[in-house]
Design a protein around this ligand. Structure first.
Ligand code: GAF
Length: 383
């Protein structure tokens, strides 16, 4: 459990100034995978794992950032920050400073202490929670107050342009705008959203396959490029298709044969996932859990077979979950190629479910999965 008093004390001892402390959550995505950068729909929930950022001003011309998770400190003169990320944990706060500056915000010298309990590399958005907590902390030292959706956009820009991962808006947006006990259906084009209550008799059980996942470089960017390749082909026939959000399964029937086979599959995943996500929000709102579960399993199959973004360990977790009493639905969540599955489970059966899943997974893979019983949480408080 993160301890606000402890980080406050630690920061004060270390930097001799009382800090302001900010908190931003990680997230689990219920459905809508790799749709955000196609301007589509996603339905994540913020979770009760988060990053704390304690900040205070300095009297010199230096930025000092300390990570409790990595037990490391970086320090840079205000006027000589690295121009680009270096695959280091500090890329995230440094990226945030860089985009704020580009947006015209004057950054003062400061000391920042970061500490989080979002499992790293598990597809639960530790990066976005660091970005959002850091941005809110840094903004608190300036005269600038920004609407939360703009904070999300800027944090996404930091990740795209500074860290070098071509991610969409979902993770930063939910870290900003999540609500307790609710999932959030986001239209990634307009950034309009609606909140759907998660019924109190359901638990969000997150199972960590322990297979590491990473966005910067690697398969995430390759998949994104494949989606763009397919979009261009459809656009050449229907110029009003800006992104796959604008395309239909009929378009794929007509022009999919012009695509490389894997590109056709990626596009089919994204277009069908948008339909499933909107339908899942409706099902959740209506309390139609059978339909919601069906959509979650269908989304996993599409992620696995068409997007080829799953891994055998996640497939095993989903398969084991589907056999358990009380499991409404399960799927791989997040950027893919490892990470966690999300399981919607009847609360009364969640403990037994978790135990069976852990045992079954160990028997099938030899891996000890971490299992988290999470609660949908609020996003970062506005300042
Ligand atoms: C990662 C990205 F950061 C998100 O923007 C989103 O694309 C997700 O993968 C896949 O749905 O979390």
């Amino acid at each position: 459990m993160l301890d606000v008093t402890a980080i406050r004390k630690l920061h004060q001892q270390r930097f001799k100034h009382a800090p302001e402390v900010f908190i931003a959550p990680g997230r689990v995505n219920l459905i809508g995978e790799h749709t955000d950068y196609a301007d589509g729909f996603v339905m994540p929930a913020a979770i009760d794992f988060a990053t704390l950022a304690a900040i205070s001003r300095r009297d010199d011309d230096t930025i000092v950032i300390e990570s409790e998770n990595f037990d490391q400190r970086v320090s840079h003169k205000l006027n000589s920050l690295p121009a680009k990320g270096k695959h280091h944990w500090s890329d995230y706060p440094l990226g945030v400073i860089t985009v704020l500056r580009e947006a015209g915000v004057t950054i003062p010298a400061f000391s920042l202490t970061l500490n989080g309990d979002v499992p790293l590399g598990a597809g639960l958005s530790s990066s976005a929670s660091v970005e959002v907590a850091s941005m809110m902390a840094i903004l608190s030292l300036t005269e600038t107050s920004l609407p939360l959706p703009q904070v999300a956009r800027l944090c996404q820009r930091a990740e795209n342009t500074y860290v070098g991962a071509s991610t969409g808006i979902m993770d930063q947006f939910i870290a900003c705008c999540g609500a307790e006990d609710h999932a959030l259906l986001l239209d990634c084009r307009s950034l309009e959203f609606r909140l759907a209550p998660i019924p109190p008799h359901l638990s969000l059980v997150i199972a960590n396959s322990m297979v590491k996942h990473s966005h910067a470089g690697g398969e995430y960017n390759t998949r994104r490029a494949e989606v763009e390749e397919g979009t261009q082909i459809l656009r050449s026939h229907r110029p009003e298709i800006r992104l796959l959000r604008d395309a239909t399964l009929d378009d794929l029937k007509k022009w999919g044969h012009e695509m490389r086979p894997e590109v056709l599959k990626r596009c089919r995943h994204v277009i069908s996932e948008n339909l499933r996500t909107v339908a899942a929000a409706d099902a959740l709102e209506k309390g139609d859990l059978a339909e919601l579960g069906r959509l979650l399993y269908a989304a996993h199959a599409s992620y696995r077979d068409d997007f080829e973004g799953s891994c055998k360990e996640a497939d095993i977790l989903v398969d084991l979950a589907s056999r358990e009493a009380g499991c409404i639905g399960a799927r791989l969540t997040g950027g893919g190629f490892g990470g966690c599955t999300v399981n919607l489970v009847e609360r009364e059966q969640a403990a037994a479910f978790s135990e069976h899943l852990r045992d079954g997974y160990r028997a099938a893979t030899g891996i000890q999965a971490d299992i988290y019983l999470c609660r949908a949480s609020a996003g970062v408080p506005a300042i």
